[in-house]
Write a protein that binds this ligand. Structure first.
Ligand code: CO
Length: 134
């Protein structure tokens, strides 16, 4: 079911500062901020030779990462995103095996303009998993 790692996401309290840290201190290429109201986040991507790192900052009072940052004030690893070929087939297989899909179970359009779903961390070793159809 799983393809490549599309990105690893890190929640941060200050996106501008985090982007600058990756750009200036780590010498990485960082995209411009993208506001994603439907996901309650603003993101940038750090582009690496073999994958990407997504830096996430909360957007709005009901951001899904606000509680995470309350527990991890300086930020921390938030989720890992795996590529799948068919997100509906992957979702149906996972649900049939008892895994929990977050939200209403319908894919939303993610930061790359592609459908994404999130899987409950308690079903996968305490790690929030994002699936992205590529
Ligand atoms: Co992501």
């Amino acid at each position: 079911m799983l393809g490549r790692v599309n990105h690893v996401a890190i929640a941060v309290p200050d996106l501008a500062s985090a982007a600058q840290s990756y750009r200036a201190t780590l010498g990485a290429s960082v995209t411009e901020p993208q506001v994603l109201p439907e996901h309650g986040v603003t993101v940038v991507f750090v582009t690496l030779p073999n994958t990407k790192v997504e830096l996430l900052e909360p957007l709005g009072d009901t951001s899904p990462i606000a509680a995470f940052l309350a527990k991890n004030p300086s930020g921390g690893m938030h989720h890992i995103c795996y590529e799948v070929e068919d997100i509906i087939a992957a979702r149906d297989t996972l649900k049939a095996s008892g895994a929990r899909v977050l939200g209403d179970g319908e894919p939303k359009i993610g930061a790359h303009g592609k459908p994404v779903l999130f899987l409950h961390p308690k079903d996968f070793q305490g790690t929030l998993i994002e699936l992205e159809q590529v």
